[in-house]
Design a protein around this ligand. Structure first.
Ligand code: AP5
Length: 218
């Protein structure tokens, strides 16, 4: 199954993707996570995209499309994937059509007020990338990841000014993808407002995942 996760910053795409990969046994390909890993490694890609990302702008289409094209050519992506954060512009979506078909585009629907609440409290593990929240999803021990013991940090682009910029960019450049994919009959809407467990159930219904299907995947 080839899935795209679409939705505003902080809609919960990464959180849900972590749950969905455990169910579907597919690779989770997050362009944001790939860029953050490049920044942490201090490699040429990371040095080039750091300022753009910290300010809440989008990395250019050419760089992003080349990165995703190479990633989807890897053996683990041949049986399917969850693509989180790509495409984010109409040119990226058109480019994707040249190298991969898509089965469903999941649109995580959430109001801006909830986005601000979620992103202003988000914390991330520097080592494994799992995310937490100061109110909704606290680590057992403050500052330490429950899963790998890594240190927890706050993303530079989760500052208020960058969050507001990211929402603007989302409205202008990414939201048009909702109609783009709806017209192609690929879009399914998921209410991303309730608790994580409820969003997982909404997702399973929207994508048509039943227990028989999970057994076959296992
Ligand atoms: P990216 O990492 O993709 O950021 P984003 O789309 O802004 O999404 P987020 O990671 O902020 O949010 P999310 O929806 O995954 O929410 P999360 O699950 O963490 O991209 C970062 C940057 O990279 C971009 O701004 C851009 O510069 C660049 N980039 C990436 N892709 C690109 C592309 N294709 N083209 C160009 N540039 C690109 O949840 C948020 C918080 O809420 C967490 O604390 C979580 O614990 C909590 N939470 C989640 N779900 C729930 C729930 N149901 N109830 C309560 N709390 C919840």
């Amino acid at each position: 199954m080839r899935l795209i996760f679409l939705g505003s910053p902080g809609a919960g795409k990464g959180t849900l993707a972590a749950k969905a990969v455990a169910i579907l046994k597919l690779p989770h390909i997050s362009t944001g996570a790939i860029f953050r890993a490049a920044i942490a490694a201090g490699n040429p890609l990371g040095l080039r995209v750091k300022v753009v990302i910290d300010e809440g702008q989008l990395v250019d289409d050419e760089t992003t499309v080349a990165l995703v094209r190479a990633r989807l050519a890897q053996p683990d992506a041949q049986k399917g994937y969850i693509l989180d954060g790509f495409p984010r512009t109409i040119p990226q979506a058109e480019a994707l059509e040249d190298f991969s078909a898509v089965d469903k585009v999941v649109n995580f629907d959430i109001p801006d007020s909830t986005v601000l609440e979620r992103l202003s409290g988000r914390q991330i593990c520097r080592k494994c990338g799992i995310n937490y929240h100061v109110i909704f999803n606290k680590p057992k021990k403050e500052g330490i990841c429950d899963t790998c013991g890594g240190a927890i940090y706050i993303r530079n682009d989760d500052r208020e000014a960058a969050i507001i910029e990211r929402l603007e960019v989302y409205r202008e450049q990414t939201a048009p993808l909702i109609e783009f994919y709806r017209k192609k009959g690929l879009l399914v809407d998921v209410d991303a407002q309730p608790s994580v467990d409820e969003v997982v159930e909404n997702f399973k219904k929207a994508v048509g995942i039943c227990s028989g299907m999970i057994d076959r995947i296992k």
